[in-house]
Design a protein around this ligand. Structure first.
Ligand code: ADP
Length: 476
């Protein structure tokens, strides 16, 4: 299968391509994806720039019809597209199907929002003057997405962009072109004017800066790594461009003595290892109080040993492979670093399966303290560390002692501690007796400190980024 770029309503090939490899079986080449150059990126930006005014003038009904149709098709094809997702990204089949369904629900949510765009009408302090505060489209929005949620993240950026009347250029991650292609193929048949949605695949370092720097692009929404996000922020700062960044996490999960052990183990197993730990909301620091520490480590280690790791497309697999060799090597090197710094590692070895892929066992590093590199830097793999603390106050202090602030969890049956943690955890999302990862699609998503920058994504809060506010004064 060839995954072509989609520019101004036309599928466009490139002379060079990038192979799309299945991480569960490297002999399985899913297809070849376009590798755009800067000139092709410029064509897509020009097309979006020309198309933006027409879509900005579209009615809520037109927008509803497009978004609703896309949501319906995604939901109807979730098994087929979920398989493609799991094949190219490596999360398990139920996770892949669930992600496609979520993308469909996101489109349905924003279809509804097209009909609920409101403003404010206020009395002026001046006699006879009326004031209207309304939201207008921003214009052309550049969307840069990572590989770990190949369809949900493009969906949660494209759906609100179109809902609020913008044109987009999507630059998906090189490792997962199939899902971006499938999503844009559905959008290409949904009744949009040519040029409103453009797909440009290629190396981020080559074509990404073009999108970020173009004077015809009004805003950038980026999800990815901290270094890339920081570079984009500097560039957007120079160009005074509207910006939304979602980056890393080093998410704490506090387990208190009074926690229900089963709840805590299941929340930590899910939060740390599901989706192979490749979630920015993954629980990577398990902060555990003295009285439950040993029981918790024993129970979690048993649950980890029972996890079935293997080919993402096989039945009963609980953890698929790492996304590629580079990420696997990074994970293994962090395990070495943790051991050198004095941590005690169990699991984490490379695994062989019937097909050649990037398999590793989930890893737990105990006897760590919060100053070790394993607890300061995001790994983005199936590795969690345990930090033993004396009590709740120390747990909260350690949880907040990080450069990140995306998600923070606590397992406790104490209402007093849970509600204090909800108020005082310095994170954009707080979870009580639930995994740090796994969120609803109709509420805001985002963090504090080094995790996020700019307005929140998702839910009604998405309007903040995808619209600009206009205040109109009228003397009738
Ligand atoms: P990861 O380590 O998860 O791949 P990256 O931040 O490298 O995270 O990638 C996230 C997205 O940013 C991808 O779509 C990638 O192609 C893109 N990207 C990489 N470098 C740049 C850049 N210099 N400018 C814009 N986008 C980039």
């Amino acid at each position: 299968m060839d995954f072509k770029n989609f520019i101004d309503g036309t599928w466009v090939a490139t002379s060079e391509t990038i192979a799309n490899v299945n991480p569960s079986d490297v002999s399985d080449i899913i297809g070849h994806a376009a590798k755009a150059d800067a000139a092709q990126m410029d064509q897509a930006i020009d097309a979006a720039h020309r198309a933006a005014p027409e879509w900005a003038a579209s009615t809520p009904q037109q927008r509803f019809d497009v978004l609703d149709a896309v949501g319906t098709e995604l939901l109807a094809r979730k098994a087929e597209l979920g398989r493609l997702l799991s094949r190219e990204e490596g999360k398990t089949l139920p996770e892949g199907i669930g992600e496609v369904a979520r993308a469909g629900q996101i489109f349905k949510f924003f279809a509804g929002e097209t009909l609920r765009q409101t403003g404010d009408r206020l009395a002026s302090v001046r006699p006879g003057v009326e004031i209207d505060v309304t939201r207008s489209p921003v214009g052309v929005i550049g969307l840069i997405t990572p590989w770990n949620f190949p369809i949900a993240i493009p969906a949660w950026k494209i759906a609100p962009a179109l809902c609020y009347g913008n044109a987009v250029v999507l630059k998906p991650a090189e490792l997962v072109p199939g899902c971006a292609h499938a999503l844009v193929e559905i959008l290409s048949r949904a009744g949009l004017p040519d040029g409103v949605v453009n797909l440009v695949m290629g190396r981020g370092s080559e074509i990404g800066p073009r999108l970020v720097e173009s004077p015809k692009v009004d805003a950038i929404s980026f999800t990815g790594s901290v270094p890339t996000g920081r570079g984009i922020a500097e560039s957007c700062g120079r160009h005074l461009k509207k910006l939304q960044l979602e980056m890393g996490g080093k998410n704490p999960m506090v387990v208190l003595d009074d926690a229900d052990l089963e709840t805590a183990v299941s929340a930590c197993l899910n939060g740390a290892f599901f989706s192979t730990g490749q979630r920015c909301t993954a629980s990577s620091r398990l902060i555990v109080t003295d009285g439950i520490h040993d029981r918790f480590v024993t129970a979690l280690s048993e649950a980890m040993a029972a996890m079935k790791v293997g080919n993402a497309l096989e039945d009963g697999i609980q953890m698929g492979p790492v996304v590629d060799e580079r990420q696997l090597q990074q994970n293994l090197s962090y395990i070495d670093i943790a051991a050198q710094d004095g941590g005690k590692v169990s699991g984490g070895e490379r695994l062989n399966r019937a097909t050649e892929g990037f398999y590793m066992a989930p890893a737990l590093v105990t006897e760590t303290d919060n100053s070790m590199r394993i607890n300061r830097e995001e790994v983005f793999g199936p590795i969690a560390s345990v930090i033993r603390v004396g009590g709740y106050d120390e747990a909260l202090q350690v949880a907040n002692d990080t450069a990140f602030g995306l998600s923070a969890g606590i397992c406790s049956t104490s209402l007093k501690h849970a509600s204090h943690f909800r108020q005082n955890a310095r994170a954009g999302m707080v979870m009580v007796n639930l995994p740090t990862a796994g969120v609803d699609y109709h509420v805001p998503f985002g963090g504090t400190k080094g995790s996020s920058f700019g307005p929140r994504e998702q839910g009604r809060y998405a309007a903040e980024f995808y619209t600009t506010v206009k205040t109109a004064y009228t003397l009738p």
